[in-house]
Design a protein around this ligand. Sequence first.
Ligand SMILES: Cc1ncc(COP(=O)(O)O)c(C=O)c1O
Length: 486
Amino acid sequence: MGARLLLPLPPAFSGAYPAYAATRALDDLRARDYSQLDGSGHVYLDYTAGNLIPLSLVERHMALLRDHVLGNPHSTNPASALTTTHLERARKSVLEFFNADPEEYVVIFTANATQALKLVGEAYPFDADGEYLLTFDNHNSVNGIREFARARHCPATYVPVVLPDMRVDDEELARQLARPSRGGPRLFAYPAQSNFSGVQHPLDWIPLAQKHGWDVLLDAAAFTPTNVLDLSRWRPDFISQSFYKMFGYPTGVGCLIARRAALAKLRRPWFAGGTITIASVQGDRFYLAEGESGFEDGTPDYLALPAITFGLQHIAAIGIDAIHARVTCLTGWLLDRLGALHHANGNPLARIYGPRSTGGRGGTVTFNFYDSQGRPIDHRVVEERANAASISLRTGCFCNPGGGEIALGITGTELASCFHQPEHETRLTIEDFRLCIDGKSTGAVRVSLGLVTNVEDVDAFIRFAETFLSAFAGADVEGRQTERVL
Ligand SMILES: Cc1ncc(COP(=O)(O)O)c(C=O)c1O
């Protein structure tokens, strides 16, 4: 990457985070390959939802599509054969990127992380003697697997996370993992990084759980964009992830990386085009294809898939360590500055849900703002003002209700009394829910940093946050009682 004129770093930042200096090549990459950002005046802080598109990756992909004849890989003609070559190259690239032994792991391409999780959920051999163990802190696409377990009379148990850091109590987890088996299959699922709080849950839970007979499903969707996942060191049975979160393009492709031994335990609930060697109408039988083919339903997104190789090369060329170092420095800077904002009367502006320092956390920072009287400022107001300031952030519970319930202090009793009201038997809108848990926030604000975030992005967000200080420093500058019902 060539040198260019860079804005000087604030001395307080470079003093506190000297490791940032070595990542300045990413500023050059941002100018060259992510020019959609700086031309627009847009401050993008929603990397946990999706990474930004690097121009060079799109161009490389377009050149491939322009210069080659690619056909449906389920045929055997030359156009099909070329596609198959690219698909197999993409599969190999994924294994190599994560340092996974092809003898041990297979890559199943899916539409996204959710579909990868569903493949496991619907085929895992849950039974009445089995167990599904998961952390409170999980994306809904992991929570939803409990419905497959429940349909087969298999209990699901949640391990809570604990405020203020929103980490799991290690002793409680060890106790749950070590409890005697009920005799059936046991599945333990957790995120390597929380999409709510940014907490990185320990990867050494993987061998611990496996020692006690659990199959481990690691949801890596929020982790892999900024962290090394080395599958020669950590060997979960199943790993789910979406590629657009790692390198922005293409959308619509994710994968399940599965240990061959674990895959053999799954029982697919159906067969489909592409997944069988032989299926017969009159003979009423089907034979599932071995390995990944048995799990890729129908025609894959075969024009998009070659770009996975290019995307992984893009990340490898930058270096995931450099991305990690940069995001860690900027997260520290964001946490320091956000935590230092106080109203004139000394009350803090933000309540941060999750770790306040960079150890064991990623670049996802979630919080709510409070006025000088300690009353929460509706996350929807924050979002509205951020939108008006061209700042893209996220609000709500981010499809992670367990994280939200713990952070916002919403209890199981309150939820039960809400859900069991007769009028909420089959239908509950967000507005109904707000009224139900009267007096509490139903959501939070999330700012998430990624591969081309820079100091100016963080500073722009802090300047935005400061407007809530001046606006809400007194009782309420607009002269209204700030609403407590959010
Ligand atoms: C931790 C985690 N798991 C799973 C998902 C689901 O990913 P997708 O929507 O791409 O299926 C997300 C999406 O934000 C996530 O952050």
